[in-house]
Design a protein around this ligand. Structure first.
Ligand SMILES: C[S@@+](CC[C@H](N)C(=O)[O-])C[C@H]1O[C@@H](n2cnc3c(N)ncnc32)[C@H](O)[C@@H]1O
Length: 317
């Protein structure tokens, strides 16, 4: 008689550690043979060189990590807040919006829910011509041939050339947040990124702050990833319903759209808003028509970057 069967397979961590140990021994032995008996030190937390092994049924591939810290880290963020965007995602949002930091390509930029300042800081670095990652180190800098005097000099020359390309921004960039703690983080991050002077930071509720004052002939770009209520709650006016003001935090988005309609649509050169959200029904909730939806992933969360043209009468109601 045939019974139902099942196999449970458990791979013990010791086995993986054993594989890592074998690779480490092989690398150390090779160094000992080639470098007159000197074996490299092992530092599992902050290694100069990290080796990755991928084991399949019949092959083992070894990779040397030439980046070091993940590439989304540009070297300026220390203060994070609760739900920071990755620097590369903020840069991707700006690229998707065609924002290049010039009067003709995006114009002025404002993030009214700036948190730790990622969008404004990435924007300011673009507008100032600061090469991404100029402030960080890469793992390859500690590997041959980059450790030779010639390559060090070449790297230094490239960095100096990149420094000479830095200039003052041609468009105004501003950022605000209802939380003064977050603003403080954002300012400190901007300082480390070398763009503190390029960003105008303000405190204030996104539902109340007037539109930034920009020249009449300069187009404006609003860009934000607003609070979703998962990791970051809406704060400010919409979170404090009073007797006369019975709105709930769920009203944040229609009220934000209504505020934009009042404060932003009178500008002669117009404003365009770009909102990153995992809520596919956001345009309906804001009663705004999205003229573009760009799929983007915020870590594991599928999002859309919605584009709204803020022209008079753009709110459906
Ligand atoms: C998802 S976070 C933005 C994260 C930011 N992009 C970053 O990279 O750090 C949303 C931000 O909205 C702010 N916020 C919540 N309610 C607000 C309101 N009514 N007005 C302005 N900012 C608000 C929160 O303080 C929080 O910093």
């Amino acid at each position: 008689m045939l019974h139902d069967g099942a196999v449970d397979f458990v791979l013990h961590a010791e086995l993986l550690n054993f594989a890592a140990l074998k690779i480490k021994d092989a690398v150390c032995d090779r160094f000992r043979d080639k470098a007159h008996g000197v074996r490299p030190d092992v530092n599992t937390q902050w290694p100069d060189v990290r080796i990755y092994a991928h084991l399949t049924t019949d092959t083992c591939s070894l990779y040397i990590d030439t980046s070091g810290e993940p590439l989304f880290k540009r070297g300026w963020r220390e203060d994070k807040g609760d739900a920071p965007l990755k620097e590369t995602l903020a840069a991707a949002m700006l690229a998707a919006a065609g924002w290049r930091g010039t009067p003709g390509e995006g114009g002025a930029l404002h993030d009214p829910c700036c948190g730790s300042g990622t969008i404004a800081i990435e924007a300011a670095q673009i507008a100032c011509g600061i090469a991404p990652g100029l402030k960080r180190r890469f793992a390859f800098e500690r590997l041959l041939p980059f450790t030779t005097p010639q390559m060090r000099a070449l790297m230094q020359r490239l960095k100096s050339q990149a420094q000479t390309r830095i200039h003052a921004p041609a468009v105004p960039i501003s950022a605000s947040d209802v939380s003064f703690r977050m603003l403080d983080f954002a300012r400190r991050n901007a300082q480390r990124a070398g763009v503190e002077a390029a960003i105008d930071f303000h405190g204030g509720d996104a539902l109340e702050r007037p539109a930034p004052a920009v020249p009449a002939d300069l187009h404006g770009t609003l860009m934000l990833n607003p609070p979703y209520g998962e990791r970051i709650e809406v704060a400010g006016k919409a979170a404090r319903p009073s007797a006369e003001d019975r709105d709930t935090p769920g009203d944040f988005f229609p009220r934000l759209a209504a505020h934009w309609k009042r404060a932003y649509t009178q500008h002669p050169a117009g404003w365009t808003a770009w909102v990153l959200s995992p809520d596919m029904k956001l345009p309906g909730a804001m009663r705004l028509k999205a003229s573009l939806r760009v799929p983007l992933w915020n870590g594991p969360i599928e999002c859309r970057l919605f584009r709204f043209e803020l022209v008079a009468g753009s709110a459906r109601d």
